[in-house]
Design a binder for this molecule. Structure first.
Ligand code: KMH
Ligand code: ZN
Length: 310
């Protein structure tokens, strides 16, 4: 039995927000994604949250071929739980976003629990010269993106992935998303224990204050009782402080270059593993133990690493 105070570290390796100009450390080739994911796992991440990128330009990708470039290598080299995004593009339908998860049938997938503004356009002002043509427009135009995750979209993901016995990382960016999730649980879409990622600090979602974390947690307690597990993702400068607070409150934590490019204020992280090492040190110094992948499987009731299709 996994002990109750074990902390699961998720590492989100590359995501779909940051671009190559913003940090040389952001991985986008299959080699780099695989190497950084393996190193993050060796550093203590038991879940790897994975997006694909175009290997030459670093543009965000939901192409199954691009996932195929790194998934088997990660599986061979680690025992980590692989979590494939279903939110990897703000410009395509949910059916397209689902394709990698359907093909590779991972133990976990992300599932975004509401439609929202999701913007990172303020980042564009920090850069004069861009490495690749697509980056500037992509970042600047994010003030016009609607991240679409309607109830029908959520239902489609649940219907298509339930036969694959996938556990969802329910991405909740605001308190209303918890109520959306409650509605979905009540109509039987998801079975306990559900896993909620409380997300703070995305422009379009709830802000990164500790008060908000307590409010989200209290609301989830009321809605889901002991039928849920939870983790915290703080975007940008909120990453380490909120992860630290969450671990002290009994929650799990998520770090990685998807969520912040920094290791401390104003200092870029050298890679994903550096962030994993830092949060691991904090979690352990403050009296918790980091969960192994098999302990994470037990805590979240996952199907097992031998039941994936890669
Ligand atoms: N980039 C994070 C704020 C997803 O992959 O589905 C949210 C995320 C979305 O991880
Ligand atoms: Zn993601």
């Amino acid at each position: 039995m996994a002990k109750k105070n074990k902390t699961i570290i998720t590492c989100a390796i590359t995501g779909a927000i940051h671009t190559p100009t913003m940090s040389d450390a952001l991985p986008y080739s299959a080699d780099d994604i695989a190497h950084q994911a393996i190193a993050a796992s060796e550093a203590g991440a038991s879940i790897l949250h994975l997006h694909a990128r175009h290997p030459e330009t670093g543009a965000v990708s939901i192409d199954t071929e691009h996932f195929a470039g790194f998934l088997p290598r990660i599986k061979q080299a680690t025992n980590a739980v692989v979590n494939i995004t279903t939110g990897g593009s703000m410009k395509t339908s949910i059916e397209d976003r689902l394709a990698p998860a359907l093909k590779f049938s991972p133990e976990m997938c992300s599932l975004n629990m509401g439609s929202m503004n999701f913007s990172f356009h303020p980042l564009s002002k920090r850069y004069e010269l861009w490495k690749f043509d697509w980056e500037k427009d992509y970042v600047e135009n994010s003030d016009s993106y609607i991240f679409r995750n309607t109830f029908r979209d959520i239902g489609t993901v649940a219907d298509k992935l339930t036969p694959h016995d996938v556990k969802f990382e329910h991405e909740c960016y605001d308190v209303g998303h918890l109520y959306n999730l409650k509605f979905c649980v009540d109509i039987g879409l998801f079975k306990a224990p559900i896993f909620i990622q409380f997300i703070f600090g995305i422009l379009g979602g709830i802000g990164p204050e500790v008060d908000n974390l307590i409010f989200m947690k209290r609301t989830a307690d009321r809605l889901f009782g002991d039928g849920y597990r939870w983790s915290v993702l703080g975007a940008g400068v909120a990453q380490m402080p909120l992860a630290t607070t969450a671990s002290q409150m009994g929650g799990h934590v998520r770090v990685g270059l998807e969520d912040s490019l920094f290791i401390s204020r104003g200092k870029l992280a050298q890679n994903n593993a550096e962030q994993v090492c830092k949060i691991r040190r904090i979690v352990e110094d403050l009296g918790c133990e980091v969960a192994t992948p098999d302990e994470a499987r037990e805590i979240l009731a996952l199907k097992g690493g031998d039941k994936v299709a890669f």
